[in-house]
Design a protein around this ligand. Structure first.
Ligand code: GLU
Length: 299
């Protein structure tokens, strides 16, 4: 996606971040608030922003969502500092990373269905399934089926969230061995995002706190892939409706496109998103040039 792209941007070292929406729905105010965190922090620290279209979910991703997403971001004034990348065009990198892990003896073929995992995992009706390791001793050669898991060691992963402070997670106990490629041959979110953050030189990951539980496993996987220093992480608060429910991509009343159609200006949308995300004390118009001022330099 790089045709005609030119940039003379010189990023500050250590401040390459990314905005990584999935084109599985329409952009809503929650995305705008997340983008404010990403661009605002990067601009305030002299960093740069990569835009990654996370279309690893080939069934739910739609070209019309991608088009609308790019248009809405541009309309709001969020310009990335490099050509956007699509995960669906990065399969070669994921394959190469899997092969590196396979050479290190970390990969095995798994053929367990969700139902089998549920049956084998005690307390298996929780939101997150822990893979109990049923196929752990199988080799890769044992099957031509596409599903692959990465063997994780038991143990703690500690990191310092730039907003939430020190965190300790136990990925092997939380989720068990990581699924890298599913039964349909699709790369998983956890695997693709970790390879991408490594290959793209992302050193600060800024994203919603709904993804906090994924961070330990992504750090563990990055280390297996040979990453010497993990990225730094900042998990920002999610926007909530007054009733406390998380905004969803299908919440038409908060879709950026609907707000545009209703005559809202970009500063009005940015101001509403920043206010709902707790970044402004009271609602007001917010110009995209003002975003950096929301994040006074500190670290
Ligand atoms: N693609 C994910 C989402 O749209 C974000 C992943 C990430 O930032 O790591 O929620």
């Amino acid at each position: 996606m790089s045709e005609g792209w030119q940039t003379t941007w010189r990023p500050a070292p250590g401040w390459t971040t990314r905005f990584a929406p999935a084109p599985t729905g329409w952009l809503h105010l929650g995305h705008a608030a997340s983008a404010i965190w990403v661009w605002g922090l990067a601009r305030s620290r002299g960093g740069r922003v990569l835009l990654r279209l996370e279309d690893h979910d080939r069934i739910r991703s739609r070209p019309e969502h991608e088009r609308a997403l790019l248009e809405d971001l541009a309309w709001l004034g969020f310009a990335p500092d490099a050509p956007p990348e699509r995960q669906s065009e990065r399969g070669g990198l994921y394959q190469a990373a899997l092969e590196r892990l396979a050479d290190a003896g970390r990969v095995y073929v798994c053929s367990c269905s969700r139902r089998q995992i549920l049956a084998a995992a005690p307390g298996g009706d929780r939101e997150e399934l822990r893979y109990p390791g049923t196929c752990r001793e199988r080799s890769i050669a044992a099957s031509a089926a596409p599903m692959r898991r990465i063997r994780l060691e038991a143990g703690a992963v500690a990191f310092d969230d730039l907003r939430l402070g020190p965190q300790v997670q136990h990925p092997a106990a939380q989720c068990g061995d990581l699924l890298a490629r599913d039964r349909d041959g699709h790369w998983t979110y956890q695997f693709a995002v970790t390879v991408d953050d490594l290959e793209q030189g992302v050193d600060v990951v800024i994203r919603g706190e709904d993804l906090l539980a994924s961070t330990g496993r992504q750090i563990a996987l990055a280390s297996l892939l040979g990453r010497a220093t993990p990225p730094r992480y900042l998990h920002h608060p999610l926007l909530r409706h007054p009733d406390g429910a998380k905004l969803s991509k299908s919440a038409g009343d908060t879709g950026i496109a609907e707000l545009r159609a209703a005559g809202w200006s970009p500063p009005r949308v940015l101001g509403a998103a920043a206010f709902a995300g707790g970044l402004l004390q009271s609602p007001r118009d917010l110009a995209s040039e003002e975003l950096a001022k929301l994040f006074p330099a500190g670290d």
